[in-house]
Design a protein around this ligand. Structure first.
Ligand code: IMP
Ligand code: MG
Length: 241
């Protein structure tokens, strides 16, 4: 599967993963027990090392504009409401909203910038299955709600939030994510709603960057990289699948 939006909009061609990426040593030497910190040095290291970034910053931007286009094509301005799942979706929501408004200023800004906090992971790299939510998305009655998250792994977060938004009277709730992991869904596809929109599909690896964190770290990376915190390794090669 190449980077194709569920809506059928092709966001990137030619980036097909033939084999799952290899795990390689992190270019920085880290002593056992040393705290993780990927600063500019490591980022520079990645840029200097071809293929070490799973999704390049440019590819993420192309995927985001594909998502903005798909949203604009599907939802009438007066009925659309975007509820971002903070903090993971903050970065992409901040990028998407101007892209959508650049296409059509009739989308009311206040409806595109709603947020609630949903957390399930903490420091773990597998889902706990429990979604904690805080905050108020405001009145969603009769609106076509886009529930925006950084990525879908098991689908439990979005499925849970989606049901909750439907119970608050939303007309429809569509899952929109930058990334979708392949083969990891633990809910029925229908639980994600009709035709979820996603930017890129990735292999089942733990990833960080562009707002996606591990224990509040690595959000600042512009591209998407894979990491294994237990082994302090960085994934190399790859791209969307
Ligand atoms: P799901 O409920 O299993 O679909 O997981 C969705 C949430 O888990 C996302 O909002 C992320 O915050 C977190 N998550 C899942 N996979 C990763 C990952 O690879 N890196 C960082 N966070 C992740
Ligand atoms: Mg999240």
């Amino acid at each position: 599967m190449s980077g194709v939006l569920a809506s059928g909009v092709e966001v990137r061609s030619g980036l097909v993963l033939d084999a799952l990426p290899e795990w390689v040593e992190c270019p920085l030497s880290l002593d056992a027990g040393e705290e993780w910190y990927i600063g500019p040095e490591v980022q520079e290291g990645h840029e200097a090392m071809p293929g070490s970034v799973l999704i390049t910053p440019e590819e993420v931007s192309v995927a985001l504009s594909g998502i903005a286009e798909a949203i604009d094509n599907r939802f009438p301005p007066k009925k659309l409401c975007i509820v971002g799942l903070s903090k993971g979706a903050d970065c992409i929501q901040d990028e998407l909203v101007p892209m959508i408004r650049a296409r059509n200023t009739a989308y009311p800004l206040g409806n595109l910038t709603r947020r609630i906090t949903a957390s399930s992971y903490g420091l773990a790299t597998t889902t706990s299955g429990k979604v904690r939510k805080e905050g108020d998305p405001g009145n969603v009655e009769g609106l076509d709600v886009v529930v925006l998250d950084d990525l879908i792994d098991t689908g439990l977060t979005i499925a849970g939030i989606r049901n909750w938004l439907l119970s608050r009277g939303a007309n429809s709730v569509t899952a929109v994510t930058l990334l979708t992991k392949v083969g990891t869904l633990k809910v029925e596809e229908a639980a994600l709603g009709k035709d979820p929109i996603t930017g890129l599909r990735i292999p089942n690896k733990f990833v960080v960057g562009r707002g996606i964190d591990w224990g509040e770290e690595f959000r600042e990376l512009d591209g998407i990289v894979g990491l294994d915190p237990t082994r302090k390794l960085i994934i190399t090669g790859g791209g969307a699948v």
